[in-house]
Design a binder for this molecule. Sequence first.
Ligand SMILES: *Cc1c(COP(=O)(O)O)cnc(C)c1O
Length: 401
Amino acid sequence: MLVPAPRPATAPAFPSIASWLEIDATALRRNLEAMRRVMGPGVRIGSVVKGNAYGHGLAETLPALHAAADVLYVITPQDAFAIRDHERRHGAPRRQVLVLGPAGVEETIALAREEVDLVVADASFAAIVPALREAGLDAPLRAHLHIDTGLGREGFTLADVPARTAFLTGATDVVRVAGVLSHFANTEDVTDQEYATSQLNALEEAIRRLQAERILPANAERHVAASAAAMLLPRARLDAVRIGIATYGLWPSSETKLSARVVLGEVPKLEPVLAWRCRSQAVKWLAAGSFVGYGCTYRCDTDTRVAVLPVGYFDGYPRLVSGRAHVLVNGHRCPVLGRVMMNHIVVDVTRAATDDAPVVATLIGHDGHDAISVEQLANWAQTINYEVVTRLGAHLQRVVR
Ligand SMILES: *Cc1c(COP(=O)(O)O)cnc(C)c1O
């Protein structure tokens, strides 16, 4: 195995910021390219940028993702408008943008005007149709019908199809059904895809019924696969895939990676996009017997050089990692001592530092030959990588490299 050359962690030029995220724009592009190679030709590659681009920063990742993806998926209308603004400011071509989440009446009209697609997930949408007529749109809203095939979340259940979607046949002047989608419940936690296959069958049945009633045109875009299914279930790739977590170089789960090896032979090379670092606020000795942090849960056995780091649970560093996590300083693993506080952690730098000069600590990412992965931090916090990255504070400075 090739050992990468040690890259010392360094701080950016502006000294005022507490902790910062480093975003590797090249890795974003390469991750989508890797997924495109796996999908083969004819499948549109969509990138899911909800949750502030999985915590990586929508504004900061958009230049790279907009260029590399065919479709962008968001939850909120606000994020869709931000993408249209980005396109106007940069003279970029209009991408297909789909709002997966709910929208109010005014927002729906604005989405139609901005040529943003919207998911229609239940019959309550019928109440918005008169307002769309009154708005005098130049072109109908492009709608994607969400079918709940077994997640039990949003969408028309099979029992609703076609009856509760029939209102759309009387609304073709303002709503054009451009797509149909569903979402899998259990592709990440398992190595057999039996439940997903039953969901696919249900989606196909819904499509048959919708086409028979002429609610869904034959050329409507069909999409169902998120990262895991896109890799593991070739039958689920349909017309477009919605790549979330893999965009950011992270695996949906370890089971997904294991299964991908079996299904694909060679797993796509996903590169983590994000590093999280900070400068120390103070470095000092604590005498043997000193306590560290709230609750006095840690007591120094020996004289201990500690670094006080300006990162806490407010920033998204989980309190549950107290007493378990490490950070990297000068390529050394440094245990987090005592509890994670709102705005601070205290780490043991006795072996990592030779004086009391400020240090740069890596909370996620490489430092020298060592690295702390998002998955490692998620394990310490008894959660999943998705939650760790999406909880990274929106206030943190994101530096694009
Ligand atoms: C979040 C989400 C995705 C992306 O899921 P990943 O596992 O992150 O790839 C796709 N589709 C829908 C509807 C989602 O909510």
